[in-house]
Design a protein around this ligand. Structure first.
Ligand code: SF4
Ligand code: SF4
Length: 394
């Protein structure tokens, strides 16, 4: 009798382990740069932290209000067994950025708003991943999420081994740094989990030290109400103390990522659709103030920066012009102050004219004071007038 020949006594890899391996091997072809797996266990430790954060008034207001939804992974149908976290890397540098010059000042969009809206990029990557899994497991239940504020992306990515949570509140991948978009998918497939990254920030505090507004109130603790990234996305009046700190940022803020040593030399330009259009990512400020809704859509509609509409970007452009202290912007800012129907824009123009200074700015502020009906704007005009009539700003 012949004995069968065995080359190995190792058991075949269980089904889900081998599917996971197959997915990891295919990730790049699906447009995914990093992929990790974790269980669908609740993020219990997180619920208390989120509650504390809320109690301190640090939430941005854009979050999902139900903390259970944010910390307990669930599927609408079927039992959640695991979560797949994905990361797509994006550029941190622009080739040949246009220069901001006197009379032609420019604003800047955060890198997360360069190129095509990342929500679409991630959603499509997750759809390709779903299709890949569906081909192999036709009855799998899968629910993908991109920036819905439901599950906490960072906690999922961290537990799935994509990276560690930095003191700047970003997930930092050992390979990609923090220039990554995160998305996730909950499924009823019980994939075996990956191990979290053990690296960390160590004694570094560069991001906390560099934050212009002190919004990083502790390691990994962000007061969104003071964070420029959040402030640039609000629609109302901005506190005047923050306006000087916004600089020329039209949307978002990258300072705490730029200074991070883990991002040194990291620039990812292999996704063509994420490459910045320099005229969109670093646009001239004055023309922004004349954009109609249709023109705004044409210019910024493809970017993640457009999600709050035209007003915040225009208000931030007014603030940026004030921060440049470029007198050539005074006629346009005076026009905004005297004619714009939106109080938030007039209030910002009052501050910007006060920051630029000069006789023409003072004349515009005095003229506006004669007819301004909005109490908040009138208050800002009063402060701008005192500033303009007082000693010259350094
Ligand atoms: Fe500070 Fe800007 Fe980072 Fe917000 S995004 S924490 S304002 S450095
Ligand atoms: Fe951590 Fe330093 Fe990077 Fe901040 S700058 S996230 S402290 S490594």
């Amino acid at each position: 009798m012949n004995t069968p020949e065995y080359t190995s006594y190792a058991p075949p890899p269980p089904r889900w382990e081998s599917l996971k391996k197959e997915i990891k091997e295919a990730a790049q072809t699906l447009g995914i740069d990093d992929i990790g797996f974790t269980t669908a266990e609740p993020f219990l430790f997180l619920k208390n932290l989120l509650q504390e954060h809320r109690d301190k008034g640090y939430d941005s207001g854009f979050e999902e209000p139900d903390l259970d939804k944010r910390t307990i992974p669930a599927l609408r149908e079927g039992e959640a067994k695991s979560i797949i976290a994905i990361a797509v890397a994006y550029p941190s540098k622009m080739d040949n950025p246009p220069k901001s010059e006197p009379g032609e000042r420019r604003g800047i969009l955060a890198r997360s708003a360069w190129g095509r809206d990342y929500h679409l990029v991630l959603r499509e990557a997750l759809e390709r991943l779903e299709a890949f899994i569906r081909q192999r497991v036709p009855d799998a239940v899968m629910e993908s999420m991109v920036d819905t504020g439901v599950l906490v992306d960072r906690a999922v990515a961290e537990r799935a081994g994509i990276g560690f949570s930095g003191k700047n509140c970003a997930v930092i991948s050992p390979k990609w740094g923090s220039w990554i978009y995160l998305g996730e998918m909950i499924t009823n497939i019980p994939f075996p989990p990956d191990t979290p990254v053990t690296e960390g920030c160590g004694t570094c505090t560069k991001c906390i030290d560099a934050c212009p507004t002190g919004a990083l109130v502790g390691p990994g603790e962000l007061n969104a109400q003071a964070c420029i990234s959040y402030l640039t996305q609000t629609k109302g009046f901005l506190d005047e103390t923050y306006m000087a700190k916004i600089g020329n940022r039209l949307y978002g803020c990258d300072t705490c990522q730029i200074v991070c040593p883990h991002n040194r030399g990291k620039n990812w330009n292999h996704h063509e659709e994420l490459l910045p259009d320099p005229e969109q990512a670093k646009p001239l400020l004055l023309p922004i103030l004349d954009l109609s809704n249709r023109e705004f859509k044409e210019k910024f509609g493809s970017s993640a920066a457009a999600w709050r509409g035209k007003k915040p970007i225009q208000r931030n452009a007014v603030i940026a012009l004030g921060n440049f202290k470029d007198a050539s912007a005074v006629p346009k800012l005076s026009e905004v102050l005297l004619r714009d129907p939106r109080p938030e824009l007039r209030g910002a123009a009052a501050w910007a004219l006060g920051a630029i200074g000069g006789e023409a700015a003072l004349a515009a502020v005095e003229l506006a004071l004669e007819s301004e009906q909005d109490e908040e704007v009138a208050g800002r005009l009063g402060r701008a007038k005192s500033r303009l009539a007082g000693p010259i700003d350094p």
